[in-house]
Structure formats: structure tokens, C-alpha cells
Design a protein around this ligand. Structure first.
Ligand code: AP5
Length: 214
């Protein structure tokens, strides 16, 4: 199964993708995570992407499509893919069709997490991750069971993303409305779009996804 998780910043794409990885043994392909890794490693892609990401704008279509192509190339053909944060523009959606065809895959579901944008600013500015294993937390909605200790790996080091401030988040939302939402009609014509209330609890959103994927 190959699925796209769509939704504005903070909609819960990464949170739900991580659960689908655990539950269905699918692979999460997050272009945001790949770009952050490239920035951290100081690769040529990272050097190009850093300032663009800090402004909350979109990195070039060619760069992100090449990242996705390379990841799929390295995956076992039978393992399902969760496209998290990709495609984000019409050219990326067109590239994904070609990439999937090249790898003998087809798209089964496009799931949009519907959310209230003002509430998302609160979600995003409160989130942080374990600096060691990347598990996600939130100041108010999802704290570690033992304060200051990662549930998954026991690390006591945490970090926040540089683009998680209100001004950049508003720009990222604008980019979503202007460039990403317009890719949905093509998938709607194919009858593969489902919508889930992303303002529900994390568990309820997970249940809604299970109902779609079963
Ligand atoms: P990316 O990393 O993809 O960021 P994003 O789309 O802005 O999405 P986020 O990761 O911010 O949110 P999310 O939906 O995953 O929410 P999360 O689960 O973390 O992209 C970053 C940048 O990289 C872009 O701005 C761009 O520059 C570049 N980029 C990436 N892909 C690109 C592409 N394809 N093309 C061009 N440029 C690209 O949840 C947020 C918080 O809310 C967490 O703390 C979580 O615990 C909490 N939460 C989640 N669900 C719930 C819930 N139901 N109830 C309460 N709290 C919840």
C-alpha cells in the first residue's frame, strides 16, 4: 500500500505516519525530515535548502522529487510507503506519478487531515522532539511519561525546529493553501481522497486512518 498524508503544517502528518510505521511496518518518506538531515549534514542539498526552510517557503521541486526517488529505489518493493509532506506542488505530483510507475507502485490513498489553522500555531510552537531518536512531544498535549526523559530511548536531550515560530508557520500555511491544496482535485477525480478530522485526538485520528486503510 502506498499513501499520501496531506495537511497544513502541524496537521499531524508526522505523528500519524510514525504510528503507521509501527502498526503496518510501512516506511515513512518525509521530505521535511530528509531536508533537515541534509541541512544538519551540510550537504549541497542542505546548503540550498536551509534558508528556504527557515523562511517557510518550499524547496525546489527537483530536489525533493530526487530525494523521494532515491528512497524508493532503496526500499524493498513489497514495503508500503507513506508520503509525508510530499507532493506539495503540481509538478511534484506529476513527478510522483512517474517515480511510482518506474518503481512498479501505485497510489492507494490520499488522506487529507482537515484542521483549524489558528489551533495549529499553538500545536506547532509547543512541539519538540527527542534529540537522540526523534520521537515527537508537545508541551501540553503529548509529554513524556517521565518528565524530561524520552519514552522511547531514555535520552534527556530534546530539541525544537528553527522554523517552528509563528511568523514562519503562517508562511508555511500560506504555501500550503496556494501550492499544495490545488493538487487534490486530480486525486479526487480518481476517487482515492479521504478526509479525516485532524482536530480530533491523536488516537481518534489514528482510528480514522485505520478505518480507511483496512
Ligand atoms: P515538513 O517537515 O514537512 O513540515 P510541515 O508540513 O510544515 O509539517 P510539520 O512537520 O510541521 O507538521 P505535521 O503535520 O507533521 O505535524 P506533527 O505530526 O509534527 O516541512 C518543513 C519544510 O521543509 C517546509 O516548510 C519546506 O521548506 C520544506 N519541505 C518539506 N517537504 C517539501 C516538499 N515536498 N517540497 C518543498 N519543500 C518541502 O504534529 C505537530 C504537533 O502537534 C506535535 O507536537 C504533535 O504531538 C501534535 N499533534 C499531532 N496531532 C495532534 C492531535 N490530533 N491533537 C493534538 N496534538 C496533536
Amino acid at each position: 500500500m502506498n499513501i499520501i498524508l496531506l495537511g497544513p503544517p502541524g496537521a499531524g502528518k508526522g505523528t500519524q505516519a510514525a504510528r503507521l510505521v509501527d502498526h503496518y511496518k510501512m516506511r515513512q518518506l518525509s521530505t521535511g525530515d530528509m531536508l533537515r538531515a541534509a541541512v544538519k549534514a551540510g550537504t549541497p542539498v542542505g546548503l540550498q535548502a536551509k534558508a528556504v526552510m527557515e523562511r517557510g517557503e518550499l524547496v525546489s521541486d527537483e530536489i525533493v522529487s530526487a530525494l523521494i526517488d532515491a528512497e524508493l529505489e532503496a526500499m524493498p518493493p513489497e514495503q508500503g510507503a507513506i508520503f509525508d509532506g510530499y507532493p506539495r506542488t503540481k509538478p511534484q505530483a506529476a513527478s510522483l506519478e512517474q517515480i511510482l510507475a518506474r518503481h512498479g507502485r501505485k497510489l492507494d490513498h490520499v488522506i487529507e487531515l482537515e484542521v483549524n489553522e489558528d489551533a495549529l500555531v499553538d500545536r506547532i510552537t509547543g512541539r519538540y522532539t527527542c534529540a537522540n531518536c526523534g520521537t515527537g512531544y508537545h508541551d501540553r498535549y503529548h509529554q513524556p511519561k517521565v518528565a524530561g526523559v524520552c519514552d522511547k530511548c531514555g535520552s534527556t536531550e530534546f530539541k525544537r525546529r528553527p522554523d517552528d515560530n509563528e511568523e514562519t508557520v503562517r508562511m508555511r500555511m500560506q504555501e500550503y493553501r496556494a501550492k499544495t491544496a490545488p493538487i487534490l482535485p486530480v486525486y479526487e477525480e480518481r476517487g482515492i481522497v479521504s478526509r479525516v478530522d485532524g482536530m480530533a485526538s491523536i488516537g481518534d485520528v489514528a482510528d480514522a486512518l485505520d478505518a480507511i486503510l483496512k
